[in-house]
Design a protein. Structure first.
Length: 245
């Protein structure tokens, strides 16, 4: 297929997608995933209520601190290496927990695009010279049940706008771990230990940016980064939509 027919094919596909979206929006007008107001998946009022992550933060783990520091008390006790640094777009405070719950558990996968826009906007503040972007994978069984992986969707929309490459095949979750929600810090570490395997052909020598929806203790990012480093990655950093305090 020549480039010309390729482009023509793409534009037809795009037009068909837009047409389908417009038709669906006409039949089922979107409502805000947080306040249920009709019009958009994330209304202007709810967007304006989101709190951006701002300095002063810990240089290593990205937690909000009273004064800039290279290690805060939390990550002095348990450093997140080999993932360094960890940054996020916004704070995990309402309306974000409700919105992320809708994205993950209630099928509102369309939220990934406006939420990735927040990550794009904050990237100018936290920019790192990365080679490759990898969404934290779900175990295939869980992804099949959910129908999508929210972190892959965030990585995909984020990359489309900042000109980076997302690689869905670089990292696999080989152990079906329990959800981290409700576990203590040490339980979170053992829950995700050896849960990931990375593909050396895709990551060797690269600075990888791990993308996830929420960073709480950082144990998932840390376990994923260990697998990437074991496969030869040069460096691993983390970028989440939201940082829990
Ligand atoms: Zn709203
Ligand atoms: Zn810290």
């Amino acid at each position: 297929m020549t480039n010309r027919t390729h482009l023509l094919g793409d534009s037809w596909l795009l037009q068909a997608k837009h047409l389908t979206n417009n038709l669906l929006n006409f039949i089922f007008p979107p409502v805000c995933a947080n306040c249920k107001k009709p019009g958009q998946l994330l209304c202007a009022e709810c967007l304006a209520a989101i709190t951006w992550l701002e300095k002063p933060i810990c240089a290593h783990c990205g937690r909000v601190v009273a004064k800039e520091t290279s290690r805060c008390p939390a990550c002095s006790r348990t450093p997140l290496y080999p993932v360094d640094p960890v940054r996020a777009a916004v704070i995990f405070a309402e309306p974000i927990p409700t919105i992320i719950h809708q994205l993950k558990y209630n099928g509102f996968f369309g939220l990934a695009a406006p939420l990735a826009n927040l990550m794009v906007e904050a990237w100018s503040k936290w920019h790192m010279p990365v080679d490759l972007v990898v969404g934290v994978p779900l175990h295939p069984q869980r992804e099949k049940k959910r129908g999508y992986n929210q972190s892959d969707l965030l990585a995909h929309h984020f990359c489309n706008q900042v000109g980076l490459n997302a690689d869905k095949k670089a990292l696999q979750r080989v152990r079906n771990t329990s959800p981290q929600v409700g576990l203590g810090a040490s339980e979170r570490v053992s829950n995700v230990a050896n849960a990931f395997v990375a593909d050396g052909l895709r990551v060797a020598g690269k600075h990888v940016l791990l993308v996830d929806d929420v960073c709480t203790t950082g144990s998932t990012l840390k376990a994923a980064a260990e697998a990437l480093m074991a496969a030869g990655a040069k460096r691993v950093s983390g970028y989440c939509l939201a940082r829990a305090l």
